[in-house]
Design a protein around this ligand. Structure first.
Ligand code: ZN
Ligand code: MN
Length: 466
């Protein structure tokens, strides 16, 4: 039996705007006193009228552009009707027919994942269960939310994780949300079904309540196993088009049936009558595009063009502020220098938290020019101290006597003294050349550790062979 998983992901991202989507309430709700960031609009009181948040719409477009989408210049909001205690209006304002952004894509390890849409909507309130009661907190009600829907192009739990990491990275690069899965500012719902022997399809399951990246992977793997087992049991129901919604139980590590999935008709969508159509001119969309920073893929390609490996390029581009530090130090394509700086940044400097303002590119350049006279350990120590004290690295190296003596004449003098002072070790060496270690150690010691070890060994061997 050949099993091909067909996985899609719906991602909800809370935008970090100051105010909510349709009212002026403070949109920050994490750890806020319950029901303190509310007003008649986000409490759904009769007669209250929504006014769209312009910045949120712009950020939704910005995110769409960063995901390679086309932007619908003219859009409108719709009501998605359903009842739930944390949805006070009994409908959510969202976009169905005309999302802000459509038809994008992102690439993961050379594999393209389509982005079907990124639309603007509002978050619901929160139900808090305490003992036998349910409490409602409406601070989150009306917080701007972008829903990003991928094509069913993901092939495994591992790839789903990489997809989510990439989405999160892009969102953080453009700064529209902290996209924190644990905090709930980024929430993921996988849809999973299987194609079996290239001809049968299992019913699609949409999985809810997944609260972590590991949860997403476990839920997908659980569904792949469950659906393939189920397929073997009810062979007669081949090519089912049923859809189901399943919940993820993180404690039991399994999904359970919540409901047969509703189609969009069940929500009785209709255009929101209280909000006129939203129109962005091509000039306005261009202006938003102009605010996009260099995105992760651009960074990675740039670093690879410097001759850096895939691994190095990804490490540098991983976090936007980290890559900006690299970009401040390495301003042009210089492969040797790029690799030298990369080794320092993802090596010793990664162990401390560095601030871009405190970085002096000139210090890196100076150290680079003298690197052949310094041991690799010395270079690491110097760069750390130079960063912490803002001292010239060359001054540090000189003070600490870290420059290796590469002057053959000076080394010969030291080596000859060591040979003269250690006749027994010299005799040992004549019997067994491997015992040169003792004499070499003496030379290093006599030089105060500053001798270039390779050169010191060559000088010793030359003098001993005479
Ligand atoms: Zn409000
Ligand atoms: Mn949604």
């Amino acid at each position: 039996m050949k099993i091909t998983p067909i996985i899609g992901l719906e991602v909800h991202v809370e935008l970090a705007t100051k105010s909510k989507m349709f009212c002026g309430c403070d949109a920050s709700h994490f750890h806020a006193e319950p029901n303190t960031h509310t007003c008649p609009v986000c409490l759904g009181l009769p007669g209250a009228l929504p006014v769209p948040n312009k910045v949120a719409c712009e950020w939704c477009i910005k995110l769409g552009l960063a995901l390679g989408c086309s932007i619908n210049q003219e859009t409108f909001f719709e009501r998605k009707n359903y009842f739930y205690p944390d949805l006070a209006k009994s409908y959510q304002i969202t976009q169905l027919q005309k999302p802000f952004a459509i038809n994008g894509k992102i690439t993961i390890n050379g594999h393209e994942i389509r982005i079907n849409r990124a639309h603007m909507e509002e978050d619901t309130g929160k139900s808090v269960h305490v003992n036998d009661s349910t409490l409602l907190d409406f601070n989150r009600s009306g917080v701007p939310l972008v829903e990003i829907v991928s094509g069913p192009d993901i092939k495994s739990a591992e790839e789903a994780k990489e997809y989510l990491n990439k989405i999160q990275q892009i969102i953080r690069y453009i700064g529209v949300s902290d996209a924190d899965i644990e905090k709930g500012s980024m929430r993921c719902e996988p849809t999973v079904n299987l194609c079996i022997d290239d001809q049968y399809y299992t019913p699609l399951a949409e999985i809810k309540n997944v609260a972590s990246l590991t949860g997403v992977m476990n839920a997908i793997n659980y569904e792949i196993k469950r659906q393939s087992e189920q397929f073997e049991i009810d062979h007669q129901e081949k090519n089912s088009t049923n859809k189901t919604t399943r919940g993820w139980n993180a404690e039991k590590s399994e999904t359970f049936l919540q409901r047969e999935k509703e189609g969009s008709a069940d929500y009785r969508y209709f255009p929101e009558p209280d909000i006129p159509p939203i129109i962005f001119t091509p000039e306005q969309i261009e202006a938003i595009k102009a605010t996009l920073p260099e995105l992760p893929d651009d960074k990675i390609n740039k670093y690879k063009s410097y001759g850096l490996s895939d691994y190095d390029a990804n490490q540098l581009a991983d976090d936007k502020s980290f890559s900006e530090i690299f970009d401040k130090i390495v301003t042009q394509n210089d492969p040797g220098y790029a690799k030298f700086v990369t080794n320092l940044l993802i090596g010793p400097l990664k162990t401390i938290s560095i601030e871009i303002e405190k970085i002096n590119p000139e210090y890196f350049k100076k150290l680079f020019d003298k690197k052949s006279e310094l041991s690799s350990t010395a270079i690491k120590d110097i760069i750390l101290e130079s960063y912490q004290t803002n001292q010239d690295p060359i001054a540090i190296a000189t003070q600490k006597n870290l420059f290796q003596v590469s002057d053959t004449g000076a080394l010969e003098k030291i080596a000859q003294q060591v040979i003269d002072a250690n006749p027994k070790a010299v005799a040992d060496y004549q019997k067994n050349p491997l015992s040169i270690g003792f004499l070499l150690g003496q030379v290093m010691r006599a030089s105060g550790g500053s001798a270039n070890p390779q050169l010191a060994k060559e000088v010793l061997e030359k003098l001993l062979s005479i």
